[in-house]
Design a protein around this ligand. Structure first.
Ligand code: NZQ
Ligand code: ZN
Length: 389
């Protein structure tokens, strides 16, 4: 194993009825006045929010609702949430939902602990983050992995920039995970989630760093588990076994453990964020739409690594590394298709993009060629453009 620091301090409460422990967990982590952050209404319709509020009331915990987070969450909504949390005197932020609600909650926590500092200044690290409020999560979708990750992503809609922030202050105190809460998801969100879970491991797996066998084995096992259970979930998303495996994979795929000791790449994510910033494309769809193009563009940097992926994850038999690499890529894309996910830009809701739009995204991704994207192959503006094209 190569050197690494592993820090994944989130307490996980997993299983049926796990949400009944919410009030107990909030108390344990010092919450007495809670801002409840949620999305566009799914948790109201399912009755989950009512149940959680009843639990908080019983435990004598005061709370204020902050609902209306949109997918690809907006900076302005998080900033307004900061004002709401400050005026309420919140000492704890609880997200009930998916990555968008969790990332908004993380943003609100940072802003509330640093009143008077613009959230975007924290996000762009103009002002160093030295303190935050505790955050807890009741998870309703297996996808982003924000429930255990050190990152959060907000879109500054005023400048069309989707920006991530990585810091240990983004590690939440606890994550409540009841797989049954995912049964009400639209099918498209289930499949977007499957792609995102795979991608958090794939974006770490394609690295030139050698000598991390345990990390590789964990990554390969996780990918095989997601592929198998993703198929079952596609057929029946009330299959507890399938949804529970996916939910745990979502957390492990992005808490760091599938990439320990290795240099990270994350090119598909960075390119995908440009698509989401500009066209509000669902995150998972932005990834499946660019992955094949990226993989075919870079795999000759180290065909042996892609061949290992093909053999260990997809059972590819080819002895020649280039053939095995290409077959692994082909099987991945075939799988995304099987799930009904877009595999090129033309299949996204945004439709066929113009030349100018492609150039604009390549410029934004590379700061007009002032920096490169990713590590497996460092991508310049021209490369990002070619991949998008
Ligand atoms: O808003 P509501 O009404 O709740 O509906 C949501 C939303 O429309 C719906 N949904 C969620 N759980 C549901 C449900 N509908 C019915 N039943 C349920 N149980 O699903 C839609 C998507 O929700 P969202 O929170 O956006 O999903 P996801 O978890 O995929 O999060 C995506 C966001 O996370 C970011 C993405 O970029 C995107 O902005 N990411 C965050 C990361 C992190 N913090 O570590 C890493 C990821 O790479 C990713 O970038
Ligand atoms: Zn992702």
């Amino acid at each position: 194993m190569q050197e690494f620091i592993y820090y994944a301090p989130t307490e996980v409460v997993f299983g049926k009825d796990a949400e009944k422990k919410t009030a107990e967990e909030v108390k344990k982590w010092g919450g007495n006045r809670v801002l409840l952050v949620y999305g566009g209404g799914s948790v109201k319709r399912s009755g989950l929010l009512d149940r959680i509020e009843a639990e908080l009331e019983r435990a004598g915990i005061a709370f204020k609702e902050w609902g209306g987070v949109k997918p690809n969450p907006r900076l302005s909504f998080a900033q307004a949430g900061v004002e709401a949390a400050v005026s309420f005197g919140a000492d704890f932020i609880l997200a009930v939902g998916g990555g968008s609600s969790i990332d908004t909650a993380k943003g609100i926590a940072h802003g509330t602990a640093n009143p008077g500092t613009a959230l975007w200044d924290i996000w762009t690290q103009k002002v160093p983050l030295t303190k935050s409020l505790p955050v807890g999560v009741v998870l309703t979708i297996a996808a982003a992995g924000s429930e255990m990750s050190d990152s959060a992503v907000l879109t500054n809609e005023a400048i069309g920039r989707k920006q991530g922030l990585s810091t240990d202050f983004n590690r939440v105190k606890f994550a409540i995970m009841n797989p049954e809460l995912t049964y009400t998801l639209p099918k498209y969100q289930v499949t977007c989630g499957i792609v995102d879970i795979m991608m958090h491991t794939l974006d770490r797996y394609f690295t030139h760093t050698k000598g991390n066998q345990m990390t590789d084995e964990i990554a390969e096992a996780l990918l095989r588990t997601v592929i198998e259970n993703g198929r079952k979930a596609w057929k029946d998303q009330t299959d507890y076994e399938a949804m529970s495996e996916l939910m745990w994979c979502s957390s492990l795929s992005h808490n760091g453990i599938t990439g320990l000791g290795a240099e990270k790449d994350f090119a598909p994510h960075k390119i995908g964020h440009e698509l989401s910033a500009k066209y509000d494309v669902a995150h998972g769809a932005s990834l499946s739409a660019v992955w094949e193009s990226w993989a075919l563009y870079v795999y000759m940097e180290e065909p042996g690594r892609f061949a290992q992926y093909g053999r260990k994850v997809w059972g590819v038999q080819a002895e020649d590394d280039v053939a095995a690499a290409r077959e692994g890529i082909r099987k991945t894309v075939e799988y995304f298709r099987e799930l009904g996910m877009p595999v090129c830009l033309g299949e996204l809701e945004a439709g066929v993009l113009t030349e100018e739009e492609l150039v604009d995204m390549a410029e934004r991704a590379t700061g007009k060629d002032t920096f490169t994207v990713a590590k497996f192959r460092e991508l310049h503006q021209r490369d990002v453009y070619e991949i998008l094209k």
